[in-house]
Design a protein. Structure first.
Length: 375
């Protein structure tokens, strides 16, 4: 591959002699206006930087971020730079997926680090069982990496619940509360969050809460280093089931959307290598809201979309409410783990339910007296 050269440098190709062997003559200068010279960063040509921060060239800062964002790329860069000291501890040493928003394109998720990424972007290779391939994830450990991602129009930041140094240990249990569309969905999610908090308290556990930045609520429960992945999975399921059972008219653990009956889905599947949008991450949604940490007392008074990249820094001031509200890592009660170990995962339940419904449908469609295929 050809090596990069400094802007304005001369290569031997430029000094190639004419075929008659004479020295090349100076060509008359063009009357056309000079094109904006491209620079190189991360192995690819980029437009001339509008500005540079921490050695990272930033380009096209005054372009709209995405349709409906109500923000420019500069707004994104300024927000992430302003919150860097608080979001970086959340991202550090965790395989990262991002959602990028290119102009005139729908936002898309990126997991593999592009080959043109600069050398300071650390990576870790993880086997993806679903796609049966190695994925080179970024580790967003420092300000230059965060700014580089911002310049790549990476709006959302989704780290795993495991660290690159210990892929077999989940550092948190996460309950993702997903309300139904329309109506008082967010208020229902808040009510369900209090059910989860009560279920945690009954088990001797505590959690921190944040707005998802969309329409839901996330609850994080930090766990001790000696908690196995299997126990973390089991405990998450048990907490979800206990919370939903405490008010089945409000909450459910039904994985199949059609089975939820207008209730809040207590999602217990965000475990292990799964990703969850980080605290302080913007969202690629109208108005560019932020997944914002709140206290349990504040939660009842919040509205979805209230905190955006335009007002989050003013609300924060010098505070770091996510770090301040996060309990110390906790051990898991044996009875909680035992209970959860007997609960099949949501996807497994959905698979079995799908098969059951398919058998019932075939039976209903079969002629009278004829056994349904597969029965």
């Amino acid at each position: 591959m050809a090596s990069a050269r400094e802007p304005g440098s001369v290569t031997t190709a430029m000094l190639r002699r004419p075929r008659d062997g004479t020295r090349p003559r100076n060509r008359p200068s063009s009357t056309r206006p000079a094109r904006r010279r491209a620079t190189r960063f991360g192995g690819v040509a980029t437009r001339k930087a509008d500005e540079t921060r921490a050695g990272v060239p930033l380009t096209n800062l005054d372009q709209a971020l995405f349709e409906g964002a109500g923000a420019t790329k500069r707004d994104l860069v300024d927000y992430l730079d302003g919150v860097a000291d608080r979001i970086l501890p959340v991202l550090r040493d965790r395989p990262l997926s991002v959602i990028r928003a290119h102009r005139d394109q729908a936002p898309f998720m990126q997991k593999n680090v592009p080959k043109y990424a600069p050398s300071f972007v650390k990576t870790v290779t993880v086997w993806a069982e679903t796609s049966k391939r190695d994925v080179a994830y970024a580790l967003c450990d420092d300000r230059p990496t965060l700014l580089w991602f911002a310049n790549q129009r990476a709006v959302e930041y989704h780290p795993t619940l495991v660290r690159a140094t210990d892929l077999g240990h989940a550092t948190h249990l996460v309950l993702d509360l997903d309300p139904p569309e329309g109506g008082d969905g967010f208020a229902m999610a808040v009510g369900t969050a209090h059910l989860v908090r009560a279920a945690l308290a009954d088990a001797g556990l505590e959690g921190a809460v944040k707005l998802s930045g969309a329409k839901g609520v996330h609850i994080y429960v930090p766990v001790a280093d000696d908690v196995s992945m299997a126990d973390a999975v089991a405990a998450t399921r048990a907490i979800a089931e206990r919370a939903a059972a405490s008010d089945p008219s409000l909450a459910t653990t039904a994985f199949v959307k059609d089975d939820r009956g207008g209730r809040v889905f207590v999602d217990a599947t965000r475990v292990g290598g799964a990703t969850v949008v980080a605290a302080y991450s913007p969202r690629a949604r109208p108005g560019t809201p932020v997944s914002y940490p709140v206290s349990w007392d504040e939660l009842d008074h919040m509205t979805p979309g209230e905190v955006t990249i335009h007002n989050a820094l003013d609300r924060l001031g010098d505070r770091d409410p996510w770090a301040d509200s996060m309990p110390a890592p906790q051990s898991l009660p044996a009875d909680l783990v035992e209970e959860g170990s007997a609960i099949p995962g949501g996807r497994v339940q959905a698979m079995h339910e799908g098969k059951r419904r398919a058998r019932a449908r075939r039976a209903a469609e079969a002629p009278d007296g004829d056994p349904a295929p597969g029965s």
